[in-house]
Design a protein around this ligand. Structure first.
Ligand code: SF4
Ligand code: SF4
Length: 371
């Protein structure tokens, strides 16, 4: 049986979050790791976005974990969306997590700056080999700290997708290049989760993000903390709680087919529901079938807003298809090779990248009841 707990937590007051995390752990009957264990806390450090944008895991959730696991050897680590050493460092500071790590003497693991190591997992379906930072494999226990967010490419990003961040730099863009088709990419997300499976997952669902997540959506007050030893089971429960129908989130379906969860039991707020606005790109199972037939006609074209662009080049380096380059000082997008992975939009610190939908796509959206 896979246990998932959901408990109420209305705000990021430190004590409230601490008590909520403790309650969520107690509801799933969580047992502490052996004493002296090296514990990695893996938040979502997508980029250096202001805290109020609700892109990154809130520092109060990281702090609650530091308190719960006090006495262990604590580490906090991630690789930002752009997969760059400086970008990850900036995200660590801007998120407020650096200050928490300092307070609790937790060592920062900048996955983009560490020695790389290739791991093999023959059971994986698409990504049989993947790269991570050596210290990740040195850990005795990994606590995954995702945030509830919608995602333009995968519909939803949660526990399984958060483990994408154990891959440094260009290996992340490489995974996008291999998983050009969304079906393949969903398999890759689960492959990575399979290769480095966290021992515990604690979801920051106090303020999530809906709409065009994971960085361009709207903060969504949700008021919960969730916990599970099984990240795939947690994603299955949370996606339904935020309004996805069974079968609509590809990563969860891949995990279901691979039997990564079974007989889920929910504790605490069993019937919790909070309807999240779906990303503009969201396709239900049914519309996804139609979409795949007319994809070329409705694929967006990407542009950079020159007024907002600070010429950092993150979008260029994050593009798995090398279809962005600086022209006259600003990024220019070659739509011919674009696979609509949304990495450029996701990593842009200034929200300067936007999509222009062809007329046919706008009509299609109207027919689906979206603006
Ligand atoms: S569009 Fe965004 S990510 Fe790309 S160079 Fe400009 S500011 Fe940087
Ligand atoms: S242009 Fe943007 S959406 Fe297209 S492949 Fe490159 S990063 Fe992905």
């Amino acid at each position: 049986m896979d246990k998932v707990s959901i408990v109420k937590c209305e705000s990021y007051g430190k004590e409230k979050v601490f008590l909520a995390v403790k309650q969520a752990l107690s509801l799933i009957g969580f047992r502490m790791p052996k004493s002296g264990a090296k514990i990695l806390l893996k938040p979502n450090l997508l980029g250096a976005f202001p805290l109020e944008n609700a892109v990154t895991t809130h520092p109060a959730v990281v702090e609650a974990c530091c308190r719960i696991f006090k006495g262990y050897k604590l580490y906090v680590g991630d690789s930002c969306g752009a997969g760059e050493r400086k970008g990850t460092e900036n995200a660590f500071k801007e998120s407020g997590i650096a200050a928490v790590a300092k307070k609790y003497n937790a060592t920062f693991i900048n996955i983009d700056a560490e020695k790389k190591i290739t791991i093999e997992n023959k059971k994986n379906k698409v990504l049989k080999k993947l790269v991570t930072a050596a210290p990740v494999l040195n850990m005795d226990f990994i606590v995954n700290l995702p945030k509830i967010k919608t995602h333009m490419l995968t519909g939803y990003t949660g526990a399984m997708k958060n483990m994408f961040g154990i891959m440094p730099g260009r290996s992340k863009t490489g995974a996008h290049a291999i998983g050009r088709k969304i079906e393949q990419f969903n398999q890759i997300v689960v492959d990575i989760y399979n290769a480095v499976t966290p021992n515990l997952n604690i979801m920051d669902g106090i303020v999530g993000m809906d709409g065009n997540g994971p960085s361009n959506g709207n903060p969504k007050h949700t008021g919960i903390i969730a916990a599970s030893v099984n990240g795939a089971a947690m994603d299955a429960v949370i996606t339904q709680a935020i309004g996805f129908k069974k079968g609509d989130v590809g990563t969860v379906e891949v995990a279901r087919k691979r039997k990564l969860f079974d007989n889920i039991q929910v504790f605490g707020l069993k019937d919790f529901r909070c309807n999240y606005k779906k990303p503009h790109t969201y396709k239900s199972k049914l519309t996804g079938i139609v979409f795949s037939r007319i994809n070329r006609l409705i694929s967006p074209r990407f542009v950079a807003d020159k007024k907002k662009c600070i010429k950092c080049g993150y979008c260029i380096r994050a593009c798995p298809m090398n279809c962005i380059k600086f022209v006259n000082g600003y990024p220019k997008f070659d739509s011919k090779n674009c696979i609509s992975c949304y990495c450029c939009e996701e990593v842009c610190p200034e929200h300067a990248v936007s999509r222009q939908l062809p007329l046919f796509a706008k009509l299609f959206d109207m027919l689906r009841g979206r603006d």
